[in-house]
Write a protein that binds this ligand. Structure first.
Ligand code: KG4
Ligand code: ZN
Length: 353
């Protein structure tokens, strides 16, 4: 098979995302002038089924994908009035093995039934690429990915070259820290939105929580949040032992300040060190109000253009996979082999497999 898109043609791509707890499907059209149009985007979530466990339960997520995937795909096809796309793409990794397998198997089955090519796409590249739908083509950029599963600083030159990882968390992801601290404070799951809400009426300077991995000897682009989480746990325990009133809002605001401070400082530092003037932010934690505020302030001070997609596109969705597919297809990508399977530990340098 030759390249997936010929100059002057229009190519419709169906993309499927099932790496964690969101079942996503999207349809895009690559137009003859190489512009990319989002035709339809649909999502079903199993997040409430995981709430009582305080985190994603892989088996529950896989079963939910099996139940939701066909209706979600049907919805995007019907709403765009498309009966047969030209390419079917799916997240091939990284993610939960069983969850990925549902989407990859379904995508291959659709591709086989329609006799069209299949593409396996990297989920992390998706969090970076999705911003094209709201802010246009991506220039060279640093990307800060902050979700329940990932906390990374990436460097994208363009989609014809591998994305490189500058640094990542050495322990908990930022969203995981939010979820764990929310559990310590006895508020709901997922914890990020709850802490964000509580923090609005708290004092961010009330408690001086540690800023992990910010010492002169520490790797400048790596992160650590487990010490911060332990520090919050000790603070709450001490208040209980000493029978002091626990000001939950102050704990939430001070914790949130520590996370937003470290994330924004390291992202801006990466831009400055590498001489890159665009910063893209993705992942569920990008919805955090204080992180957005601090990033805006620090990027303005450093002449960095900040690009954050709306919250709907920051969390997992089908459009992010379609976005990567469009960029690599425009760069002349060939279809994936049907023998490739889910790759739970896939590295960011493989934009597609
Ligand atoms: O990207 P995402 O939807 O799923 C993956 O983990 O891949 O991210 C979910 C994470 C959860 O940990 C949730 O607590 C966090 O994003 N989150 C937030 C906010 N909204 C969601 N964290 C901080 N502030 C928020 N407003
Ligand atoms: Zn994600």
């Amino acid at each position: 098979m030759g390249p997936l898109h010929q100059p002057g043609d229009s190519t419709v791509v169906l993309a499927i995302e099932t790496s964690c707890d969101e079942t996503g499907a999207a349809l895009i059209r690559i137009n003859p002038d190489d512009s990319v149009e989002l035709l339809a985007d649909e999502l079903a979530s199993s997040v409430q089924q995981h709430a009582e466990f305080g985190g994603v339960v892989p088996e529950i997520a896989s079963r939910a994908h099996l139940e939701y995937l066909t209706p979600v795909v049907r919805t995007v096809l019907d709403s765009a009035g498309i009966s047969r796309p030209d390419v079917v793409a799916a997240t091939i990794g990284p993610g939960l093995a069983g969850a990925l397998l549902v989407g990859v198997s379904a995508a291959k089955a659709y591709a086989g039934a329609w006799q069209v090519p299949f593409m396996g796409i990297n989920h992390l590249a998706g969090h970076v690429a999705v911003d094209i739908f709201e802010h246009g083509p991506l220039p060279e950029c640093i990307a800060l990915l902050v979700s329940g599963g990932h906390t990374q600083l990436l460097h994208l030159k363009d989609f014809s070259q591998p994305i490189t990882e500058l640094g990542a968390t050495v322990d908990d992801a930022a969203g995981e820290a939010y979820d764990k601290v929310a559990r310590l404070l006895g508020v709901g799951y997922p914890g990020g939105p709850e802490i964000d809400r509580l923090a609005r009426t708290g004092d961010p300077t009330a408690i001086d929580f540690p800023r992990g991995m910010t010492g002169p000897q520490d790797a400048p682009y790596d992160f650590s949040f487990s010490g911060l989480k332990t520090s919050v746990a000790r603070y709450i325990e001490r208040a209980e032992v000493n029978r002091q009133t626990l000001y939950t809002e102050d704990v939430a605001a001070s914790f949130q300040e520590a996370v937003a401070d470290v994330l924004s400082a390291k992202a801006v530092r990466a831009c400055r060190d590498l001489g890159v003037s665009n910063l893209v932010v993705g992942g569920g934690v990008a919805a955090n109000s204080r992180l957005r505020e601090l990033l805006t302030q620090r990027c303005t001070e450093n002449d960095i253009t900040l690009r954050i997609p709306s919250p709907r596109l920051c969390t997992d969705n089908g459009a992010m996979i379609a976005a990567v597919a469009s960029q690599v297809i425009l760069n002349g990508a060939m279809p994936s082999e049907l023998t490739v399977s889910a790759q739970p530990g896939l590295d960011v340098s493989h934009t597609y497999v």
